[in-house]
Structures are given as structure tokens and as C-alpha cells.
Design a protein around this ligand. Structure first.
Ligand code: 5RP
Length: 236
């Protein structure tokens, strides 16, 4: 199955497959979003269909919900599940403290809500996602559409007092129109290059009116399953 995959996709697939070891019958499982998480959802679907794995999944996006239904993973809402045993999701970057940048796929708000409502969050990633300092990947900030330009200006003003290397921000676009999240919001990507104090930045950003949530996941992730294209898997 993995023979046709590019090295990076093989690494994602291997991490995703290994992460399914964290899932047992009877569990309520948060289903992340993105290409790595999609492999995990397909793998769980296979386990449901072929091994009788008895789980319910709480998807973190409409994309993931569609895929889960398609591969046979029963789907419930977070309010139906109330609390989850484990959430498995991808990430755009992770550091040695297992802090993350997420939201490259635009699902950070539901992803953070679901991961926070879980006993355990397991991240699956290819080795290239590991960084010494977060911030090379643009930090997504989910923002209500009302007054977004004012919110963007406030965010940029706030960055002046933060330990970051860059301060440019851009509205995420989809073709020629703003990208709209599942919750009907916009995303402003912050090009910070290096974030010196992610914990402080995460707190400060969320205090700006108009900001709904940011893509820094601090003290939420419990383990990272890292896939390598040569077939090795590490768990941190
Ligand atoms: C979506 C996310 C994804 O998990 C993140 O962008 C990683 O995606 P991929 O597995 O495709 O590299 O946070 O909002």
C-alpha cells in the first residue's frame, strides 16, 4: 500500500498507522484534520471493518467527518461524546516540549477544543515537523470576520512587544476570496519566523477582541509519534 507513496507521505502513513495502537474498543476518539490525520482515519476505518474495533469518533472538521463516514468510523458530535479517551491529530510543527503549531489546514479551533476535551492527545508527524523553536511555519490565528482588518492591525501592534523575529501578517485566501473556517471565521497567518515565548504569545493573542483562537497548542500534546520515510517510528 505504501509503495506508491512519496517519502514524506510514507513517513506520515507510518506515524498514522502506529498511532492506531493507542486506540482500543470502547474508546471515544478525537479525529484530527490534515493529510497525516487522514491516514489515521483510514487505518481506524480498516480496523472497524476488518477487526471489529468498536469506537466512536469525534471529527475536528467537516472534511474529516466526511472521510470517517466514508471509511466506516461511526461519528458523533463532541457534545454527544462529552469527553474523549484520546485525540490523534497532525501538526505543522512541534518542539522538544511537545508544544505545537497547528492550523495549516484551517481547523485549529475545533482541533483545540477536541484535544482539550481528551484524556490524551497524540500527535502524528513526519520527522520534518520537529523544530528547535516554533515559528518558521506561519502561526494561524482564527478571527471573526467582523472588523478583521482592525483585528489584524491590533495583532500586529501586539507583536511589537513579543519575542518574535517577524511581524508580518496575511489574511488566508482561497482563490480570490478569504478562506472561511468550519466555524465561519477567517484566518490571519502570522509570519513570525521564530517564537521566543510561545506560552506568552498564545495568552496575549487570545486577549485581543476579534481573535477566536490561535494555533499554538501549549501543554496539550502528550506524545508525538514521528514517522521516517525509511520506515522507522519514534515516540516522544
Ligand atoms: C489542520 C492541522 C493539521 O494537522 C496540520 O496542518 C498538519 O497537516 P498535514 O498532516 O497535512 O501535514 O493543524 O488544521
Amino acid at each position: 500500500m505504501t509503495n506508491d507513496l512519496s517519502p514524506i507521505d510514507r513517513a506520515k502513513y507510518i506515524a498514522a498507522r502506529r498511532s492506531c495502537d493507542y486506540v482500543q474498543s470502547g474508546m471515544r476518539v478525537g479525529l484530527g484534520t490534515g493529510s497525516t490525520a487522514a491516514w489515521m482515519v483510514r487505518c481506524l476505518g480498516e480496523m472497524v471493518r476488518e477487526e471489529g474495533l468498536d469506537i466512536v469518533g469525534v471529527p475536528t472538521s467537516t472534511r474529516t467527518a466526511d472521510l470517517a463516514r466514508q471509511v466506516g468510523v461511526p461519528v458523533v458530535s463532541l457534545d454527544e461524546a462529552k469527553w474523549l479517551d484520546v485525540t490523534i491529530d497532525g501538526a505543522d510543527e512541534f518542539d522538544e516540549n511537545l508544544n505545537l503549531i497547528k492550523g495549516g489546514g484551517g481547523a485549529l479551533l475545533q482541533e483545540k477544543i477536541v484535544a482539550t476535551a481528551s484524556d490524551r492527545m497524540v500527535v502524528i508527524a513526519d520527522a520534518a515537523k520537529e523544530v528547535r523553536a516554533l515559528g518558521a511555519f506561519p502561526l494561524p490565528v482564527e478571527t471573526v470576520p467582523f472588523g478583521w482588518q482592525t483585528t489584524k492591525a491590533l495583532v500586529e501592534e501586539t507583536l511589537v512587544n513579543m519575542d518574535v523575529l517577524g511581524r508580518e501578517s496575511t489574511l488566508r485566501m482561497n482563490d480570490d476570496v478569504p478562506f472561511v473556517t468550519d466555524e465561519g471565521n477567517y484566518i490571519i497567518d502570522l509570519h513570525l519566523h521564530r517564537i521566543g515565548n510561545p506560552r506568552q504569545l498564545a495568552l496575549v493573542l487570545n486577549q485581543i477582541p476579534g481573535v477566536v483562537e490561535n494555533g499554538l497548542f501549549i501543554d496539550i500534546c502528550d506524545a508525538v509519534v514521528i514517522g521516517h520515510s525509511d520506515g522507522r517510528v519514534e515516540v516522544r
